[in-house]
Design a protein around this ligand. Structure first.
Ligand SMILES: *[C@@H]1O[C@H](CO)[C@@H](O)[C@H](O)[C@H]1NC(C)=O
Ligand SMILES: *[C@@H]1O[C@H](CO)[C@@H](O)[C@H](O)[C@H]1NC(C)=O
Ligand SMILES: *[C@@H]1O[C@H](CO)[C@@H](O)[C@H](O)[C@H]1NC(C)=O
Ligand SMILES: *[C@@H]1O[C@H](CO)[C@@H](O)[C@H](O)[C@H]1NC(C)=O
Length: 230
């Protein structure tokens, strides 16, 4: 079996040359269509690297969807300021980008095929309102996930996190999640630092509640009036 070096994980293996077009992701999704040989391209990609997520859908591949995925991947890689999107797409970094964060979160076909090269995802400080962005958890290989300073509400899908075995950094602070007794008692809570849950809304336990208040007071100085109330 061939070994694939993690530093040269071929990521998307087909990137639309967006830098030449200078258009928005929405325009590209609307106007671009798969080239006639796109079928062959993705077949070859899967032969070379069967671990690509879209290869799992063989032989019922949705060519249009995979094409749209590659468009979004090109744009998001560029927006995240990765130095070389042809060779590696290491991080999704749309911290402080409230104008685009919700848009990219809405591309479920992108997250479904999440490139295996991505090791960290930072969507913090965008005031995104909505339930927990479950699609992001398709990227099971990630080591870091920052969703802090948004307005996510409802349950945190604790069970799904057990699949993210490489995740060592998590930040869900400053959100509007529902209080959960299960969370406070779970291995999940112990796995991460208490500062992963500052004013996240989710902590129930009274002992931890004290902790939460202390952290809140400390951190609210830094965050100040920027963070809105839930
Ligand atoms: C790619 O990123 C650069 C800056 O990081 C930006 O100027 C350029 O417009 C982006 N291109 C596209 C097509 O988004
Ligand atoms: C791609 O190939 C599959 C099977 O080989 C075929 O069913 C499908 O129609 C092809 N799609 C395009 C867009 O050529
Ligand atoms: C965690 O990282 C290892 C080493 O890079 C990798 O083999 C494994 O598949 C990763 N786990 C997940 C869930 O992707
Ligand atoms: C999470 O983000 C908040 C707000 O920026 C910060 O105060 C806290 O230290 C972070 N937690 C971790 C584990 O980095």
């Amino acid at each position: 079996m061939a070994t694939i070096s993690s530093t040269f994980y071929t990521i998307i293996l087909w990137l639309y040359p967006i830098t030449l077009l200078c258009s928005t992701v929405v325009e590209d999704l609307k106007n671009l269509h798969p080239p006639p040989d796109f079928n062959t391209t993705i077949m070859n990609n899967c032969q070379n690297n069967p671990s690509l997520r879209y290869c799992n859908s063989y032989p019922y591949m949705n060519i249009d969807e995979i094409f749209k995925y590659s468009i979004v991947a090109s744009h998001l890689c560029n927006e995240s300021k990765n130095p070389n999107c042809v060779e590696s797409f290491d991080k999704v970094d749309i911290r402080n980008r409230p104008n685009i964060a919700s848009l990219y979160l809405s591309f479920d076909f992108f997250w479904k095929y999440c490139p295996l090269s991505i090791v960290s995802i930072d969507i913090s400080n965008n005031y995104v309102k909505g339930s927990f962005p479950n699609d992001v958890l398709h990227c099971t290989q990630i080591k870091g996930l920052d969703l802090s300073m948004n307005e996510f509400f409802g349950e945190i899908p604790i069970q799904s996190f057990s699949l993210l075995t490489n995740l060592t950094f998590l930040n869900l602070s400053y959100n509007c999640f529902s209080e959960s007794e299960e969370l406070s008692d779970s291995e999940f809570f112990k796995r991460f630092s208490p500062s992963s849950f500052i004013d996240s809304g989710a902590i129930f336990d009274h002992k931890k509640f004290t902790l939460k208040v202390i952290f809140y007071q400390e951190s609210s100085k830094k965050v100040g009036s920027l963070h809105q109330q839930c």
